[in-house]
Ligand binder design. Structure first.
Ligand code: CMC
Length: 428
């Protein structure tokens, strides 16, 4: 690669040269790490133009609407691959051979059960607790149960923790649901696929036989694939930041879950469905479009817009097709879909949305599919978290696998009071 340099003129100083780094795809980055020694920091709240790390896992071109995992386009992965195959590629860098895949699957299956004591841990929650609140708590609590894989400096421990998380998340997610509706927990079934086992733990009851519907199983697997990773988003950056201090992997993933919960991030699928319910009928859409455009109204069209995609989110394209397939194959006639389709049509033709490049994102369609499958709205973000765990843990592993990684410690532009003397309370 060419030895590129950027020149920066600093007030009162001669111009300095900053190295320019080039990746395999995407924007070049200016290495400003030595700028502090010149008495300057850079200022970029919200990380609008800051690369926080070097990564070889996922690439997004937001202008072109491209998403690659380990170089493979998401459209191909969604149609030709499976979630577990993608998990392997995210964790190890390459798609597995048949032997590697069989071994990977059997190891994932060997870890699907959770410590029996965790069932009692759940009993500490109120039944009406939000499933994300429970998931956050029980995932963090895994560090109290699996103390034999907490040494983050040991590569084998890191690998075991990664397996445990990928294997146990469906079990924990389903337990959150079962607990909230007062049904007994259903043990994992290792004869089923990853998605099939999750559906069984969600919908089976001990007194009846449960048969996995292959259409729903495929749709679930596709939802998992489309949420598996998304580069340095808020929750992934949270996991990296937490992990940079040497915190244990279960605590780091719990931090990621907390970050994901917000409506601007993973919470958008739940918020989107609630918005569609609030709109209710097609004739009320214009009113909500007007509210979304009104600067004095905090209302936003949930499921629209993205920090990186300024074109159609490629995941949304696949999700849109899956959504139609699932609804027609399951013969679901959902009036909310009419609202969603009309909302999509209006927004894609409206000058406000066109000029701001606000396209429907993945959450716009995933909620409708999950509703058709019978998953309650409060579980939507939990399913996002389940699927994203492999992305989080791959980034966490990548960071710790890199030699000489440092604790992440952003700097600030201080705007508070200058130094002043303490005044005792009787003199204030
Ligand atoms: N409805 C109406 N206006 C919007 C919307 C929206 N959904 N999204 C952005 N805008 C406007 C915003 O008001 C701003 O206008 P102006 O320039 O006049 O001030 C402009 O578009 C740029 O918005 P921004 O908030 O500066 O953009 P951002 O990159 O900081 O935010 C976002 C991205 C995803 C948080 C935002 O688009 C949003 O809140 N969308 C709704 C929530 C949502 O669907 N989130 C899921 C994201 S995809 C899943 C995931 O990766 O987690």
């Amino acid at each position: 690669m060419a030895d590129l340099k950027a020149k920066l003129e600093l007030p009162g100083n001669d111009a300095i040269e900053l190295p320019v780094k080039q990746g395999t795809e995407g924007f070049d980055v200016i290495d400003i790490s030595k700028l502090g020694s010149k008495g300057y920091f850079t200022f970029d709240p919200g990380f609008l133009a800051t690369a926080s790390c070097e990564s070889a896992i996922t690439y997004i071109d937001g202008d072109q609407g491209i998403l690659l995992h380990r170089g493979y386009p998401i459209e191909q992965l969604a149609v030709e691959s499976s979630y577990l195959e993608l998990c392997y590629a995210l964790l190890y860098g390459e798609l597995p051979t048949k032997t590697q895949f069989d071994e990977f699957m059997s190891t994932v299956k060997a870890h699907t059960m959770v410590h029996e004591q965790l069932a009692f841990f759940f009993r500490g929650f109120r039944r009406d607790a939000h499933p994300m609140a429970m998931l956050c708590g029980v995932t963090g609590a895994l560090s109290a149960f699996y103390q034999d894989s907490l040494d983050v400096n040991d590569a084998r421990h890191r690998e075991i923790a990664a397996y445990r998380l990928v294997s146990k998340m469906p079990t924990l997610a389903a337990m959150c649901y079962k607990y909230s509706i007062g049904q007994p927990f259903v043990y994992p079934r290792n004869d089923l696929s990853y998605a099939g086992n999750f559906l069984s733990m969600m919908f089976a009851v001990p007194c009846e036989e449960y048969k996995v519907n292959p259409i729903i199983e495929r749709a679930m697997d596709r939802i998992f694939i489309l949420h598996a990773d998304h580069e340095q988003n808020a929750s992934t950056s949270t996991v990296r930041l937490a992990g940079s201090s040497g915190a244990n992997p279960f605590a780091c993933i719990a931090a990621g879950i907390a970050s994901l919960w917000g409506p601007a991030h993973g919470g958008a699928n739940e918020a989107c469905l609630r918005m569609l319910e609030e709109i209710g009928t097609v004739d009320r859409i214009p009113e909500f479009i007007e509210r979304a455009k009104d600067k004095n109204d905090s209302f936003r069209l949930m499921g629209f817009g993205h920090r990186v995609y300024k074109n159609f989110d490629p995941r949304a394209k696949v999700m849109r097709e899956t959504c139609h397939e699932v609804l027609s194959e399951l013969k679901v006639n959902d009036p909310l879909l009419d609202v969603a389709m009309e909302l999509e049509r209006i927004a894609l033709n409206d000058e406000y949305f066109i000029s701001k490049k606000l396209y429907p994102n993945v959450d716009f369609y995933s909620g409708i599919i999950m509703k058709a499958i019978g998953i309650p709205t409060s579980m939507f973000t939990v399913i996002f978290a389940l699927a994203r765990t492999v992305g989080w843990i791959s980034h966490w592993k990548e960071m710790l696998d890199q030699p000489g990684h440092k604790i992440s410690r952003p700097r600030q532009l201080y705007t508070g009071e200058k130094s002043r003397d303490f005044v005792s309370i009787d003199k204030r």
